[in-house]
Design a binder for this molecule. Structure first.
Ligand code: XBP
Ligand code: MG
Length: 258
């Protein structure tokens, strides 16, 4: 019996990587007097590395103009990352990072139907907070039975730790949940935790293979046909079928009180 929907954040809820984190990293480089810039394609390559600080350190390893000692690089990455997160929040608050189609409707439908929701992300908690507040205000955490971020799960995706912590906090078995993911790091993380995983294709990973995923779609709006009362309705593609079946099962299940 499926009981909970687990959301990835970056790329799944909004195009945060291309329009948010990347832009904020570039502004942080400028703010720290560095001549570095990550264009859209370069940042796509860097997304192989999960975690903003880890991504910075990976990039610095190939730069002649980065600090030479490990300690100085770690310190610079920490300072750049702090600045980046502040600038990211400002971008999100200015509504420069649009939510992806269908996400808000599916989240609202879950609330209407009493379906438990959770967040499993390798992003810093402050970034999740900034993004979710734009849609739901300060009370947004009340919508989620578990919110697990980078600070809670130091081993980042594709490590399944973040999903295992979510399952533990929900008190559910993996077979009772589905995850929505967008990335080649996120899908194996959810799958390794035993969770049925649906892919919504973000810009950076439009062509990726996602062998372990149960189903794939372009976005959640086109994946679902919405009818009165926010109810998702059947449509033939695989994601639609899996999600519809999941939601119907969840609707029939007793409400889970975390
Ligand atoms: C998200 C990440 C994060 C973001 C930036 O992956 O890898 O590092 O790019 O956030 P996922 P931070 O969507 O799989 O959770 O700078 O806070 O790390
Ligand atoms: Mg993602």
């Amino acid at each position: 019996m499926l009981r909970a929907l687990i959301w990835d954040v970056d790329g799944t809820i909004a195009e945060t990587e291309r329009d948010g984190h990347r832009v904020a990293f570039n502004r942080a480089f400028e703010a720290h007097g560095l001549p570095w810039q990550w264009d859209v394609a370069t940042y796509g390559e860097l997304l192989r590395v999960a975690g903003g600080r880890e991504r910075l350190l990976h990039d610095m390893a190939g730069r002649a103009d980065a600090p030479s000692s490990d300690g100085a690089r770690v310190d610079l990455a920490r300072r750049l990352h702090e600045t980046k997160n502040v600038l990211y929040a400002a971008l999100v608050e200015a509504n420069d990072v649009a939510w992806r189609p269908g996400v808000r409707r599916l989240m609202d439908a879950c609330v209407d139907e009493g379906i438990v929701q959770a967040i499993a992300t390798t992003t810093s908690r402050a970034n999740v907070d900034a993004l979710m507040r734009t849609a739901f205000g300060n009370a947004w955490p009340q919508r989620f039975a578990a919110i697990v971020c980078a600070e809670d799960a130091p081993a980042k995706k594709p490590d399944p730790l973040v999903y295992r912590i979510v399952l533990a906090r929900l008190g559910l078995d993996a077979s009772e949940t589905i995850a929505i993911e967008d990335s080649p790091n996120g899908v194996p993380a959810a799958c390794a935790a035993g969770i049925t995983t649906l892919v919504t294709r973000s810009d950076y990973f439009r062509e990726a293979d996602f062998a372990g995923a149960a189903a794939r779609c372009e976005d959640l709006e086109s994946a679902l046909t919405w009818s009165g009362g926010n109810a998702p309705r059947v449509d033939p593609a695989t994601l639609r079928d899996v999600l519809r079946t999941s939601l119907e099962q969840m609707r029939r299940a007793p409400r889970h009180d975390p």
